[in-house]
Design a protein around this ligand. Sequence first.
Ligand SMILES: N[C@@H](CCC(=O)N[C@@H](CS)C(=O)NCC(=O)O)C(=O)O
Length: 288
Amino acid sequence: MVKLLKEDIRTKEVLDWKGLHLFHMPLSSCSQKLRIFLNIKGLEWQSHVINLLKNENLTPYFLGINPRGLVPTLVDNGDVHIESNDILVHLENRFPEIPLIPSGKATHLKDLLKDEDDLHLDLRALSFRFLFTPPAPPKNNSDLESYANTGSGTVGGVKDTHIDREINFWKELSLHGITDQIARNAAKKFFTKFTEIETQLMNSPYIMGDDFSLLDIAWVVYIERLLLAGYPLKRLHPRLYNWQEEQRARPEVGPEIALPADMADILKERQQALVEQKQTLEDICFPL
Ligand SMILES: N[C@@H](CCC(=O)N[C@@H](CS)C(=O)NCC(=O)O)C(=O)O
């Protein structure tokens, strides 16, 4: 569980907030997880959109709430919770109706959620290589300086090293872009994981068995992002592709991962350009 201590938080106003408040962004995959969960549980919550494209996550206000500068961030009756999977587990414990942790499998589920979280920077790398085309590096040196030096820099009262990984990602992106090698390594990890999940789905309707769980929510959003980036899911993992279609058809899921029409057009054009240049994710990363 990553619940912040009061001393980690510099934007003190949130300590007095009542109810559930979610800092999120529509297209952020980890934020999509939370919104799907809240839909399924039918919970009331207040929305605070943080525009990552404008680096609103690097303001003193937001870094004063989440020293890692990441969405989603939950404020639950004045307690600040960070890390999407930990937030899911926290909310599941608080609102157990419509259970999303299979009975007796809480520890196993946490381990499997960790595998997913460990792939987050790989997902981001593939997104920035094949999906997003920022006209300039998304974070310049001065942004990264603020990132490193604003907010408490502590999580649980201890200096947080997680932020260094984030800063390093953005530095590398602006210096070298996402190289073929980085993209291939990332795609390989997803291929291995998808092969494993697909085997599971040959025997059961959901990843952990007969019941829909937090793990399904977590993977649905990653799979959707990778599909947008051109991962050849249908060819390589046809069962997983069909499963994803089934999940997308759920009313609590589909709207949270759907793209606005104008954005869908832009991304389609981008994919088309990559096809013409023979630079799609499939061209660069497969065969492995
Ligand atoms: N491990 C974190 C990852 C969160 C994360 O990286 N969120 C992304 C959006 S999906 C973000 O805030 N990125 C910051 C940025 O793009 O500047 C979690 O699961 O909450």
